[in-house]
Design a protein around this ligand. Structure first.
Ligand SMILES: CCCCCCCCCCCCCCCC(=O)OC[C@@H](O)COP(=O)(O)O
Length: 433
């Protein structure tokens, strides 16, 4: 469904509410999905749009200066799988696209000037794209500035308006490959490259999983007889699967490998959690730690079955009985010489900031006197943020393994682990709640 409304762009500014460039606009001419929107200042970062919706790319698809008005079209496209909540929560509309026309009066006899603007992806591009866009953007900027040259002769008010809008777009475009790419909320303007990479990523992950899972099935009886707790053969297969899956798509480096306890020593591993890619990246470490995973992941065919064979510990997060059972199995595994892996935040960070840590992992460590090994994951969120599992952006990942911590106080272990991870995140430009 295509909506045609008229909006007036108020400004493009770094929004205090959302701390990034937003486009503030009001709906001036309907059809308004909901009368209460009329004239109400709205912001592309508006709370009406849940965050992951705001990250639709703002594509500028046309800048036309006509005798009567200046209007350009802002096309907000949303990914088909998340649809579009336009303006008010009550108005749910799964729309692929909404076009907003903007009409601004300008003084007479300026004649008709028409320019085409480019649809430029929002997300920081890879090297080739960066080169191409820089060329185009350079060309477009040159176009726009030449327009702005007109400035002198146009009476200020109308001109101000034009100028503001035009500037607004340039700012948006420019921001794409700004300096601090990593600590910006990834605008997840879905870039074609990221979509294609996402599809290839899942193709590789699925194609690799099938034969490897068959192998797992084959050796499982032996594993259960000879290596019931650590199940090292299964972890080697999982390590192979994870490495071959991520290797073609992003570089990953490890720092502090010397801090890893010897392979067969039981330990409680903890790390921040930003993306599904965290699991893939950590599996390449080849340590036979048992992840604690939310139950819903076990239903994924092949992967979920392999998780069962590997001894991944299921958890119903909101269920205290399940939490207790989970901690019991962890303590059992650790006492039998195996290791466990917790994401103490319990969920992937939605804004890149480190969340509060749940105590479970540290209770297991304190009770079993096993060391806690804190790990910091950097960059996975930029590649595949929470809620955007369908895409894979280009970039690289770094894993920092910190010195193991020992202690009998779960609270002390928890605070010490969180602060060492927090310091590393802050030093790489990330936030901490
Ligand atoms: C043969 C193929 C080999 C396959 C091996 C598969 C091994 C997969 C190990 C999976 C471990 C999964 C650990 C997930 C931990 C977890 O459950 O985190 C929650 C978040 O993520 C998602 O929650 P949310 O962010 O709230 O949506």
């Amino acid at each position: 469904m295509t909506m045609r409304s008229r909006v007036r762009v108020l400004e493009a500014a770094s929004c205090k509410m959302h701390g990034k460039v937003c486009l503030h606009f009001t709906l001036v001419k309907g059809p308004f999905p909901d009368p209460c929107c009329a004239g109400m200042p709205l912001c592309t970062g508006c709370p009406f749009y849940p965050h992951q919706l705001v990250s639709v790319p703002i594509l500028c698809s046309g800048l036309v200066v006509t005798a009567k008005s200046v209007h350009y079209e802002l096309r907000l496209t949303a990914r088909s799988d998340i649809g579009f909540r336009l303006l008010c929560p009550s108005f749910q509309e799964r729309a692929e696209e909404t076009r907003l026309f903007i009409r601004e009066p300008v003084p007479k006899n300026r004649g008709r000037i028409k320019t085409e603007a480019f649809c430029i992806p929002w997300k920081p591009p890879g090297s080739l794209e960066k080169f191409l866009i820089t060329v185009f953007l350079g060309f477009w900027r040159q176009q726009l500035t030449s327009k702005l040259e007109l400035r002198g002769s146009l009476p200020s008010k109308g001109f101000q308006k034009i100028q503001r809008n035009v500037i607004a777009m340039m700012e948006l475009m420019g921001g794409g490959f700004g300096r601090k790419v990593f600590d910006q909320k990834p605008m997840l303007g879905v870039h074609l490259g990221s979509r294609v990479r996402g599809i290839c990523f899942y193709a590789v992950t699925a194609m690799g999983a099938i034969p490897l899972f068959m192998t797992m099935m084959l050796v499982h009886p032996l594993v259960m007889i000879f290596d019931r707790y650590k199940r090292r053969v299964h972890h080697m297969i999982a390590q192979m699967w994870a490495t071959m899956t991520i290797f073609p798509f992003y570089r990953f480096e490890f720092e502090g490998l010397e801090n890893l306890p010897p392979g067969d020593a039981p330990a409680v591993y903890v790390s921040n959690h930003q993306s599904f890619l965290d699991t893939y990246t950590l599996l390449t470490l080849g340590r036979s730690f048992k992840f604690i995973s939310k139950r819903s992941i076990f239903v994924i065919p092949i992967i979920g079955w392999a998780m069962f064979l590997m001894g991944v510990i299921p958890l119903r997060r909101m269920d205290s009985r399940s939490q207790l059972e989970c901690l019991k199995s962890c303590m059992d595994y650790v006492r039998k010489g195996a290791s466990v892996f917790f994401f103490p935040e319990g969920t992937r960070s939605k804004d890149g900031k480190l969340g509060a840590f749940k105590r479970g992992a540290f209770t297991v460590a304190a009770k079993t006197e096993a060391p806690v090994v804190p790990i910091t994951l950097l960059g996975t969120r930029e590649l595949m943020p929470s809620g955007m599992e369908g895409i894979l952006n280009s970039g690289s990942v770094k894993v920092v393994i910190h010195k193991p911590l020992k202690g009998k106080e779960a609270e002390v272990l928890c605070n010490a682990s969180r602060s060492v991870i927090a310091d590393t995140l802050i030093s790489h430009g990330y936030g901490v709640k």
